[in-house]
Design a protein around this ligand. Sequence first.
Ligand code: SP5
Ligand code: ZN
Length: 345
Amino acid sequence: MLTLFSSDHALHHPRTEMADGKLVSAVEIPSRAELIVDAVETARLGPIEPPQTIEFDTLTSVHDARYVEFLKEFWRAWLDSGRDPKVHDAFPFVWPMHGLRRITTRHLDGLMGRYSFDAGTPMGPGTWKAALSSAAVARTGALRVVEDQQPVFSLCRPPGHHAMPDAFGGYCFLNNAAIAAQTFLDAGSSRVAILDVDYHHGNGTQSIFYNRRDVLFISIHADPMDEYPYFLGHADELGAGVGEGANLNLPLPLGTGWEDYKEALALALRTVNQSGAEALVVSLGLDTYEGDPISQFRLNTLDFVKMGAAIRSVDKPTLIVLEGGYATDALASNALAFFEGYLGG
Ligand code: SP5
Ligand code: ZN
């Protein structure tokens, strides 16, 4: 199996994040990707290649152009506005909630609020370049699936599935899975399915395609009544307009283990199989692991073998896109376990 990877991911290296009323150590850190790429190499899963460059127009096929421009110019604007260049992690702290106006201000704090939805996603000097490389890894992955008619692993970092059409959050800036799905459509697929197995609901991916029927979005995740991102990912969100019926959320209780998870996965896979989709994008989060530091599902390493095998039963051109997963001591073995199951040992 081909793996796509860009060392530019390391340009995004947050040190802190906001949690529990404190600045705590960031969990979405470069070692995540390094551990996985080392494991792919050591296990000889196949070639590891860098992505092609990605065009601005590709990004704006799923994101608002002014949002992308904001990301691109952010650090320059931070410095130009006289902020301390030694401050490594920038956070928004004010948002245009209902009753306030969703305008793009001159002041950077207003702009940051306009283009984000949480305070848990640090931005630094290299964030844009890293996010751009991650999107390129996803897009090139989809192109290679089309070209080679073989499954491909896009080892994306930073992750993407929380990134909204016009807002960053959840450690995500550009929606890699959405860019991959759009790439399949642009390459001739009439319909694409996205299966999101990250522990957290993929609110960004859902939002991008919510009014469309050419992309089916299916997500298995911790019940947002009890878990981030709280405000999307509930079972009654079915899609809207012509997209009604093309969105399926399967929220599960905190503490869910494989016995219950596999039932939801079976339903999700039946739905993919019956969808008429001509390609599959898997948003692979490894944060469903029992030892994940910010998550509360109970899958173990052997369960990832079963997950990989189950997903492989889908007979469609498939791209696997990395999302979350923060248990650095187990990321390599969990990723390899998934691919052991997926590639058939
Ligand atoms: C891609 C992805 O997995 N993003 C996840 C974003 C989660 N952000 C909220 C994290 C809140 C963690 N709070 C943990 C408290 C532990 N005491
Ligand atoms: Zn996650």
